[in-house]
Design a protein around this ligand. Sequence first.
Ligand code: NDP
Length: 336
Amino acid sequence: MTSTTIKLSLDEIFNLAKAALINNGANEENADAVATTVTNAERDGSISHGLFRIPGYIKALQSKKVDGSAVPEIKEVTPIIFRCDAKNGFAPLAHQYGIEKLIKAAQKFGMAGLAIQRCHHFAALWPEVERISEHGLVGLTSVSYTPAVAPSGGTTALFGTNPMAFSWPRPGKNPIVFDMATASMAKGEIQIAARDGHPVPLGTGLSPSGELTTDASEIDKGVLLPFGGHKGSVIALMIELLSGPLVGETFSYESKERDNGDGGPVQGGQFILALSPEICSGKDTSDQIEQFIKRYNEIDGVRLPGARRHKNREDTGPRQVNAELINTITRLRDES
Ligand code: NDP
């Protein structure tokens, strides 16, 4: 089955997303922050975290699980540790409030951490780390979610799809960025493959009866597996700890237990770290980095992580969006 698409400009994507959020209870500031995140995801070709997420964001507003008027509160716990109470709001506004403080502290002291609590994250993670690297800093972040991934060797979900993102600054150039789920495939990608009837590679997940399958809709009902066997599994475990107890928040299973099941993003935590390579190393390492990247790129078949998105970003033209999705969001924008 192939899906019909409609062309929308980036401005149309932003306006549609923002108006739909406002029509369902978000205030101007929150709707703007979420619509910007969604539009940037469509721009970069991160379509599983673009408009596709708007119906879920809106379910969370409609059920009142998320406060669409939340004003995040940032506390300076020590000169290099900030705690953000997102006040049951969506993550993008918490990032707008918290990341600038993190950047200033890391530029001054060499490193800084931001612990975000009571936040609803439903997006890709690269925006947070890229923003940090725009200021000459290394960024690292992770979030957990609800159980969808079985630890290596098991058939019972305990880990979220638990993404982490890392970014290294390159003055005047796009940073080196990776942003990946520790599940073999992000849940959004599975849902899109299920919707479009596309098979997924064997090893992506298990059916409800615990069998390996290539059928995305079966995996959507069953469990995902971590990437890379036990190695991905231990990284997913680390992310449970960093995004939960380290920041004073819940493990994935606890996030699910307190969720109302409306299909929107659950409440949880996020860990963000910023490091200054200049302060850590005591020198300017830019030339060394560029030499390394030159060698890297000289290897046949190799590309830098983030390069696909950065290339997509150069195209300022319209994007192809699933027609059924546009209809759904348009209804959500217009219904009273
Ligand atoms: P992918 O497997 O598509 O990509 C992972 C990373 O590898 C990307 O940085 C990508 O760069 C890079 N990459 C891909 N192919 C190559 C290659 N051939 N050489 C070098 N680098 C490469 O991502 P996932 O499916 O794991 O995750 C998708 C998104 O889902 C992420 O943005 C993640 O944050 C998000 N997510 C969010 C969750 C949440 O709760 N908020 C939960 C789970 C996932 P590039 O982008 O340039 O292709």
